[in-house]
Each structure stands twice: as structure tokens, then as C-alpha cells.
Write a protein that binds this ligand. Structure first.
Ligand code: APR
Length: 186
């Protein structure tokens, strides 16, 4: 079997609420929608914990550039959160799998990682984008999240580390399954 690079100190999983991480990160990624105006789920939690600074900056971005397309991401300050920035990534709504959802979700992770590289962030934390209100199957979404991140880290120095913050057991178990599968072969 091909020897893989050991990324165990650059990628790991935490369980729980991404707004209450037990350490500081450069950026928290938000599972946003194209309006960037907040919502429920992790988006609601991030805006509640971060306060009004975040929505203020989101409004300015929307005014200048219009709605954020699916698969894209933008960066704002993080207000009261234990992070310098929030990266708002717009995941795809699951429509059965034949509507470019996998590519859109891959782009979501990759574009968030590209922003982190540009800002030379040390650590960033992702939630399981699209797996709540947007109903992306958690198994397939976890495979995309883990593999897109691994590919990116292998080619790039920044971000130094990526944390998957999984809120529910099913997301935690699938993310751990795909990550462990990779690390076991390293
Ligand atoms: N921390 C980490 N993860 C969380 C948290 C939290 N505080 N709250 C919810 N989650 C997890 C859920 O377990 C879910 O699997 O986030 C995952 C993504 O779910 P959603 O937040 O519903 O995001 P998504 O499916 O991408 O839908 C986005 O929902 O709230 C709206 O404005 C948002 O319209 C957008 C849509």
C-alpha cells in the first residue's frame, strides 16, 4: 500500500458547539446561506455568540458584491467569538445528488481553506456544512470534508491545522471514520 503523509497533528475532531471550542482558532467556518444574513443551526449559534459586528460586515459584503453563490466563501471579523475571523461558506442544498452538490460542497471546503491560506491562519474549525437544514447525507458530506481537507493540507503550509467540530453523533462518527481510515494508512 502507498505510504501516506502523517497529518495527525494537523487535522483532528472535536465534539460539540463550535462557538464554545476549548481553545482559540484563527477562524470559525460558518454554514451560511447566500444572503449572509444569519439563520438557524450553526449559523444562528455563530451570530448569537459573535454579536452584531458580524452581520454588519456581512451586510457590507452583500451591498458591494451581491449574494454569495453556493460553493463560495467570504471572511468577516468574529465579534465576541474566540476567533479572529468567521469564514462564511455557502453549502449546497441536497437535491438528490445529481445537481452538482458534491462539487459545490468540495468548493465550499476548498474556498474556505484558500481564504485561510491567504490570511496565513494557524488553526481553523469547520462544522459539518450542509448536513442540517440543507439535508446533505452525513456519510457523503463527511467523506468530502475529510478528503478535500487532506488534499489541501498535503499541498499547503497554511492553515497549519484544521479541526472538524461535530455537533451530533452521526456527523462525529462518519467524520472520524474517514479521518481514521486515512491516518491508519499514514
Ligand atoms: N456547532 C457546531 N455544529 C453545529 C452547531 C453548533 N453550535 N449547531 C448545529 N450544528 C451542526 C448540525 O449538527 C448540522 O449537522 O451543523 C450542521 C449543519 O447544519 P445547519 O446549521 O443547518 O447548516 P446547513 O445544513 O449547511 O444549512 C444551512 O441553515 O441555518 C441555516 O442560515 C443557514 O440557511 C442556512 C442553512
Amino acid at each position: 500500500m502507498e505510504q501516506k503523509e502523517d497529518l495527525s497533528d494537523r487535522i483532528w475532531i472535536e465534539k460539540g458547539d463550535i462557538t464554545q471550542l476549548r481553545f482559540k482558532v484563527g477562524a470559525i467556518v460558518n454554514a451560511a446561506n447566500s444572503s449572509l444574513m444569519g439563520g438557524g443551526g450553526v449559523d444562528g449559534a455563530i451570530h448569537r455568540a459573535g454579536g452584531p459586528d458580524i452581520i454588519r460586515e456581512c451586510s457590507m459584503i452583500i451591498e458591494e458584491d451581491g449574494p454569495c453563490p453556493t460553493g463560495q466563501a467570504v471572511i468577516t471579523a468574529a465579534g465576541n467569538l474566540q476567533a479572529r475571523f468567521v469564514i462564511h461558506a455557502v453549502g449546497p442544498v441536497w437535491q438528490g445528488g445529481k445537481n452538482n452538490e458534491a462539487q459545490d460542497l468540495t468548493n465550499c471546503y476548498r474556498n474556505s481553506l484558500l481564504i485561510s491560506r491567504k490570511y496565513m491562519l494557524r488553526r481553523i474549525a469547520f462544522p459539518n456544512i450542509s448536513t442540517g437544514a440543507y439535508k446533505y447525507p452525513k456519510d457523503e458530506a463527511a467523506a468530502i470534508a475529510v478528503h478535500t481537507t487532506i488534499d489541501f493540507l498535503l499541498e499547503n503550509e497554511y492553515p497549519l491545522a484544521v479541526i472538524f467540530c461535530c455537533f451530533d453523533d452521526e456527523n462525529y462518527n462518519w467524520t472520524k471514520y474517514y479521518l481514521d481510515n486515512y491516518l491508519k494508512q499514514a
